[in-house]
Ligand binder design. Sequence first.
Ligand SMILES: Cc1ncc(COP(=O)(O)O)c(C=O)c1O
Length: 401
Amino acid sequence: MNPGIQIWDMTYNFDEPVFRQGTNCVKYDSRKDVFGSDRVIPMWVADMDFKCPPFIIKALRKRMEHEIFGYTFRPEEYFSSIINWIKRRHGWNIKKDWISFSPGIVPALNLCTLAYTRPGNKIIIQPPVYPPFFNAVTDHKRILSYNKLGEDEGTWKFDYNDLEKKARDGASMLILSNPHNPVGRAWKSDELQQLAEICMKYGIVMISDEIHSDLVLPGHKHIPMASLSGEIADLTITCMAPSKTFNIAGLSTSSMIISNPDLKKKFDAQIESLHITGGNIFGNEASIAAYTYGDEWLNNMLDYISRNIEYVLVSFRDNELIKPVIPEATYMVWLDCRKMEMEPDELYKFFINEAAVGLSDGSAFGPGGEGFMRMNLACPFDTVKTAVENIENALSKLSNK
Ligand SMILES: Cc1ncc(COP(=O)(O)O)c(C=O)c1O
């Protein structure tokens, strides 16, 4: 057991198991549909099994007690808390009039496609990557252009030569995962700079999805793409949210940060045309509380996750069949299972049927994801330990066959 962590006058106990079944939560209550079994340990969709921090619950309770939940707007504090958080955590100075609201980042990616491209235009994405990136392109009759990530002995990198080629072939927009889901890279300044230079040369709008920016692991740093220079910011839409960080994805509240007034006007015109800028009272309250009081809880939560990750890395250190990729960010580990020599469907079913763990199928992340599985470690250590033991047992049966 990991010891509870002392904060202020209370202890946050990330070891505490929380029974989530029957709460309409996708992670547990959709297991039958997704895995064909509701008995697998769910380590797939990216939300956490930790309770939302008490300062958020307190803010929600306080608002709840008023008992009237009519139309609302986002107060000054909503914006100042975002601005201060981004300055504190990421050293980036932003202004209130750069911030646009969206009920989620996936909706925002789709709105960007509509705002900055036309049907038939090419949009570059960098697989293996978060599956909704594909739909944000194809659902609107735009064309996917793949700039696959390269892999060098477990380290994933951008392929600039290929990017230049794809940019030269014509592309209007690029969607970047920064940090990258699923490979766990927290891209460095020089890597982002080189990527941005190619996009600037060809006038490609960069959508930098930074939803995992707060989840950078100790020893690493998040670099907001738009913080690199004014000219890069001029072509960049930054997507950020408290949703992953504080386990409040169900409150549908996120921000697009756009310093170029022209690009901002286009984004706002799209979202306003759908009349979905209102947001919700509880999302606003949760966001203010998270960004005002969240530092210490987040630092401790990241320490806890790091220990879960370390446990997985150590457990599989000498394993012949599964090689975990060391993550720099996110609470997920990308498991290289290519030595198991199974087809994607066979691999996916192996974890469900032989190990009783529900992982995300790497092949769903597009080209380059085949032979990998993604494991979500935002859960109590005991759950991680059981899952690892289940996998080790299943692997040993496999080797004895
Ligand atoms: C890279 C990335 N973008 C966006 C999302 C989801 O965004 P939202 O729930 O705000 O639509 C996720 C969730 O896992 C993600 O990994």
